[in-house]
Design a protein around this ligand. Structure first.
Ligand code: HEC
Ligand code: HEC
Ligand code: HEC
Ligand code: HEC
Ligand code: HEC
Length: 210
């Protein structure tokens, strides 16, 4: 954003220089005063406003599409697992893999056994799939890099939120469209408290800290 701010400042500085220069330029170069480069001050002002509106629109569009803001690709995972492929293309439900979300604090990451229910027969020669099989054979869990975390001193449970019908996407973003797991919302205190306040859920400190 600082880049954008200095860009705006530069624009104003340039325009100011141009405005002050405009009154002398035609005389210096000997151009007739009817030259098309000379505009009444109102016209340059209008153009400046139009330009600013265009820039503002571009910034809004960019931030809506995720180019600006917190939406960056998540960490590289040991296996290129795609939520988009599994949850959208193959229509596998979130709860098939994150089965404990409605009944316990943790949604949990599926174990390799679950992957192998399908990958014992699907795409078995593909290198990342062989890695899953190796993990199973050596009984070593896949070292997935965690993306959505809160500090240990904060109390959180999936169970009550799911029971109240809070959708996964409300806290984790549009996971279905992700080829790589990405943090969309920073899971900080402000994020939690804002929704609690809007939904008349408790905002007492002891709800989340004890
Ligand atoms: C109200 C917000 C919220 C909702 C709704 C929510 N989650 Fe979470 N989720 C979190 C937070 C916060 C964490 C981090 C928990 C931690 O670090 O202990 C998390 C962590 C996770 C994890 C990492 C493993 C774990 O259990 O800590 C998975 C997987 C997950 N969520 C999946 C889901 C799925 C699937 C749904 C929908 C069924 C869902 N979440 C709904 C906030 C939410
Ligand atoms: C319900 C069945 C099912 C389960 C469970 C499943 N997958 Fe898949 N997976 C598929 C299908 C179908 C494909 C597409 C295969 C193809 O296109 O040839 C696939 C493809 C993949 C690919 C290859 C993607 C690519 O780029 O072609 C990887 C890697 C993968 N799965 C990892 C996993 C992991 C890790 C798990 C466990 C967390 C898992 N899968 C669980 C059905 C499943
Ligand atoms: C086929 C199994 C499978 C399905 C279906 C699936 N997930 Fe996952 N999920 C995983 C695996 C494996 C990971 C760990 C690798 C990663 O982060 O990409 C994961 C990671 C996550 C995480 C990040 C946890 C963390 O802290 O790192 C969230 C959030 C999550 N899933 C939510 C969802 C939601 C929401 C859906 C449904 C739209 C869903 N998942 C469907 C297997 C699955
Ligand atoms: C999208 C809205 C939403 C967000 C975001 C949200 N909550 Fe909640 N939360 C609720 C609602 C609604 C309830 C009331 C559930 C009930 O009826 O018990 C609740 C209840 C709770 C409770 C009390 C019930 C329980 O689970 O023990 C805790 C603790 C809690 N939330 C922690 C958190 C934390 C920590 C975060 C941020 C990581 C968070 N919440 C984010 C909507 C939200
Ligand atoms: C709905 C849940 C929720 C409620 C209610 C809540 N907090 Fe928090 N609080 C959090 C979360 C989540 C974090 C972790 C924030 C982070 O990692 O940025 C946190 C962090 C903190 C921290 C540590 C800040 C840090 O930088 O690590 C303090 C201090 C704190 N909260 C005090 C309070 C006080 C005082 C209240 C009551 C006025 C309160 N909290 C109410 C969710 C909550």
């Amino acid at each position: 954003m600082t880049g954008f701010r200095s860009f705006l400042q530069n624009m104003f500085r340039k325009n100011r220089q141009k405005d002050s220069g405009r009154t002398v330029l035609p005389q210096e170069s000997g151009e007739p005063s009817s030259s098309p480069t000379v505009e009444p001050p109102e016209a340059s002002h209008t153009r400046k406003i139009v330009l600013m509106i265009l820039i503002a629109a571009a910034v809004i569009a960019a931030s809506a599409s995720g180019l600006i803001g917190s939406y960056r690709p998540g960490p590289v995972q040991p296996i290129p697992f795609s939520h988009h492929l599994h949850a959208t293309n193959k229509q596998i439900s979130c709860l098939f893999c994150h089965a404990t979300a409605p009944t316990s604090p943790h949604a949990s990451i599926p174990s390799v056994d679950k992957c192998l229910l399908c990958h014992n027969v699907i795409a078995t020669n593909f290198k990342p799939i062989r890695k899953i099989k190796d993990a199973y054979d050596t009984q070593k869990p896949i070292p997935w890099v965690r993306v959505a975390t809160i500090p240990d001193h904060v109390h959180f449970s999936h169970q009550n939120h799911i029971a109240r019908g809070v959708d996964c996407s409300r806290c984790h973003g549009d996971v279905k469209s992700m080829d790589r797991m990405t943090l969309v919302y920073k899971l900080d205190m402000n994020f939690c408290v804002q929704c609690h306040w809007q939904n008349k859920a408790s905002t007492s400190c002891f709800t989340c800290h004890y």
